[in-house]
Ligand binder design. Sequence first.
Ligand code: COS
Length: 381
Amino acid sequence: MDFSLTREQELLRRLAEEFAENELEPVAADMDRKHKFNMENFKKMAELGFTGLGIPREYGGSGGGAAEKVIVISEFAKKCLTSAATLSIHGITPGVLLKYGTKEQKQSYLPRLTQGSSLAAFALTEPGAGSDAAGVKTTARYDAGTDEYVLNGTKCFITGGALADVVIVFALTNPELGTKGLSAILVEKGTPGFAGGKVEEKMGLCGSETAELIFEDCRVPAANLVGKEGQGFKIAMEALDGARIGVGASAVGLSEGVIDLSVKYMHERVQFGKPIAELQGLRWYIAEMGTRTESAKWLVYYAAYLQDSGKPFTKEAAMCKLNASKAARFNANLALQIHGGYGYMKDYPLERIYRDAKITEIYEGTSEVHKVVISRAMLGR
Ligand code: COS
């Protein structure tokens, strides 16, 4: 058993740490205020190979696997959860294509997605299909005359929203079959019949666009089907398993970030004639925060290890996301408490981080969904 990073992983961690400090942290508050993602930073992430993690070099990727993604996402989230989430969610689609894509799809999409010329979005959620992912109503009717799928329906809460160049859409090719009739289909931005809808005003993660995607008689070539017809639910669930490790990693990074801020503040802030680091009540807060963060971190790494080893990891991915997101919200709350009135002010980053932390308990599956997944795995259904 070895808990240390390899030399390459440590170099990657330092590169990500430096990038987060130099490029992500300086724009985090501005993105939050303007409700706009900094696409320049997405291009810079690609230049450094971060968008290619988990994808082999033959497709323009940077190699590595789930562990490397965890390392980078955690470092990004220490400074900016929005940037970490953007990288993590973008990475879902190339991962799906690597496993299920045809040779042509891999050759056509993977270099674009790994090298940053295209941003990807994952479109499963609908107004009536959130936690109950099987409730999708969007349809994709096959038109044999033109060899195309015709998509109709509305997706909501889609990260990347209308900014995305490529969207993997989950739609019913055979509505009578329920989850067995769901398929994964690639749709490119600019395809007639595909438009961005309402852009949501959110509590946190404001730098990332979350939008509705509307499909009205949107025709795409049948060659855009990913995997087989009817494989969509399995593809979506598998993709979410991996994505949940990403959320866990980002929640750990957020926790580490608020601990750094709190430790610094506790040494600097003087009250009652001494640094507040000497107050026992606050020392206990820090001890609790550190313990929850370390335990969350190692469950995230364990889930990534299982994924990289090709072992089942659905349960552990759910556990690590459930645990790390709970720790992130707890830690953001205590960090704000340690900062007192300053923490509540928009001049300090904690106010944003506190709002951001909450989403980790909701997106890519709520904490309650994870308890369903975990308990089913433990009880055999
Ligand atoms: N990997 C592979 N296949 C999976 C799977 C996984 N992790 N989870 C389920 N499946 C398969 C099942 O094996 C089953 O296949 P068979 O019918 O061939 O046996 C099929 O999918 C249906 O599974 P299940 O009966 O468990 O589906 P449910 O409708 O009960 O849904 C939950 C299960 C609640 C776990 C699912 O709907 C879910 O994850 N919801 C949350 C969705 C989510 O995270 N949304 C966030 C927004 S997307 S960014």
